[in-house]
Design a protein around this ligand. Structure first.
Ligand code: ZN
Ligand code: MG
Length: 489
């Protein structure tokens, strides 16, 4: 017998209710912290204008040019604060001003790039650029789609032709190095104003997608990911370089220098070597504090973060060491390379690239020969070069600081001979800090060190083996392997 229709309907309603309850229950079970699903991006390009000056720009002309050719093009003008006075931008549904500085009454996402890009590709366009020829964005898109997977950025000249550069970034050494890219080799960066096209998710992957100067910041982050840049051949966007006035250009250069300093420090870069070898420094100087804090357990903080000694600090240490050598030699104080500095001299004629100070031994009886050391004994002495000579507060030795602000230093350890051994009254407790036969100092020899030459014990390899163990020269290790060992040499 067939069940009546109303029974079937009631059963179906009950079943639907049960299913609804089940799904509601499953939905509530979903962990709260789960990431929102990635938004679906539409094909096409969002033009992002980040590189412009609020005081003199061509945003109105740029917007008109791009929107005339592509009326529905999403165009995002990004700036830390809103341009002032407010530009009269064309009315277009796709045009938006994004202010990166968050506003307390706005949701946090309002200042995030991801909330404003809904296309699969982005084009970073410098101020003053026109969408001319109009098909150039499409050509760039085709080029990116057809490029090998290692190519993540297509660069097209905005104005004069681009120059392809090789780029090497070593965060361990805080250094960025540009070089001429050989013919046929891929580019890591380009010099010259460029429109950069990349996939939106690649741009979002960069921790600093909008840091300025934009091109340098993008290329450095790209290099760390092994991304290549491909230059669009035989084509360029037309562009009027901005600012156009002398005063505007001067202001822009000042601003760019400040932005670059902030960005390089943010990225962990202290030295930029240009393609011609010109160096730009973003680290410490005589006027600033040392780059790192008090060293605990012979292991400076930068080692834990995977860095070696910042290049600015190595440079300051070398300068201090050479200065101390010249003062000691001028006053006939007998000194020699000690500890890690002797090890560095033996290995490669320089300070060990992760060391944080320089150590010399001196004859205690020679202290009286040197005005700077006599001055240091009574307290502290600043010499004509701005170096600070002090009796160390930590123990029975002298310390020469790079400057009053920057406490990078050379330590001078006074030894005296007793029964044929060089000894001291107090020791640091470091395994390499031990007595040794005076015969190592009779006579002394010179070794290349820190860009000059320094006095050193004779048979220094033998002495180093005594201090550091048999294989110390061939097998470099961090100063305190019990705390931190060197890996992946
Ligand atoms: Zn430094
Ligand atoms: Mg040392």
């Amino acid at each position: 017998m067939r069940p009546p229709l109303c029974h079937v309907l009631i059963s179906l309603t009950l079943l639907c209710n049960a299913l609804l309850l089940y799904y509601t229950w499953r939905l509530q079970l979903r962990p709260m912290g789960r990431q929102a699903p990635t938004p679906v991006l539409s094909p096409g390009v969002t033009v992002i204008v980040r590189e412009f000056r609020t005081f003199e720009h061509g945003l109105v002309e740029l917007s008109h040019s791009f929107l005339r050719a592509r009326p529905t093009l999403p165009l995002l003008i990004v700036s830390d604060t809103l341009p002032y006075p407010p530009p009269s931008l064309p009315l277009s549904p796709g045009l938006k001003l994004l202010r990166l500085h968050p506003s307390p009454e706005q949701p946090g996402s309002a200042s995030h790039l991801e909330s404003h890009v809904h296309t699969r590709f982005v084009a970073l366009v410098p101020d003053g650029t026109f969408l001319e020829p109009p098909d150039l964005l499409d050509r760039m898109l085709r080029e990116l789609r057809n490029a090998p997977p290692s190519v993540k950025i297509i660069a097209a000249a905005a104005g004069p032709a681009l120059h392809c550069l090789h780029l090497n970034v070593s965060l361990r050494e805080w250094t960025v190095e540009y070089g001429e890219a050989g013919a046929g080799s891929s580019c890591g960066a380009v010099s010259g104003a460029a429109v950069l096209l990349l996939r939106s998710h690649d741009l979002f992957e960069l921790p600093f997608p909008l840091a300025r100067p934009l091109q340098a910041a993008i290329f450095i982050q790209a290099a760390l990911r092994g991304w290549e840049v491909q230059v669009l051949a035989d084509a360029s966007f037309s562009r009027t370089p901005l600012p156009a006035t002398d005063h505007g250009r001067w202001k822009a250069e000042q601003a760019e220098r400040e932005e670059e300093a902030v960005t390089m420090r943010t990225l962990g870069v202290r030295l930029v070597r240009g393609p011609g070898g010109a160096e730009r420094w973003f680290g410490c100087s005589k006027e600033t504090p040392r780059c790192f804090g008090t060293v605990v357990g012979e292991t400076p903080e930068y080692l834990y973060e995977g860095h070696w000694t910042p290049p600015c600090c190595l440079r300051a240490l070398r300068a201090t060491a050479l200065h101390v050598i010249s003062v000691l030699e001028a006053s006939s104080v007998r000194y020699w390379l000690e500890g890690g500095s002797l090890l560095g001299a033996a290995r490669h004629g320089d300070i060990i690239p992760w060391d944080y100070d320089v150590d010399f031994g001196i004859y205690l009886e020679d202290v009286a020969l040197c005005a700077e050391l006599r001055g240091a004994q009574g307290g502290s002495l600043v010499d004509a070069g701005g170096f600070v000579w002090e009796r160390a507060v930590e123990g029975d030795f002298f310390r020469v600081h790079y400057s009053q602000s920057n406490r990078l230093h050379v330590d001078l350890w006074p030894f005296y001979p007793r029964d044929g051994m060089m000894t001291r009254d107090s020791w640091t407790g470091h395994p390499q800090d031990v007595e040794f036969p005076e015969s190592f100092l009779r006579p002394m020899q010179t070794l290349p060190f820190a860009g000059g030459v320094a006095q050193a014990p004779n048979r220094h390899l033998k002495l180093l083996q005594m201090k550091f163990g048999k294989r110390a020269i061939e097998e470099p290790e961090y100063p305190n392997p019990a705390l931190l060992r060197m890996r992946g040499r």
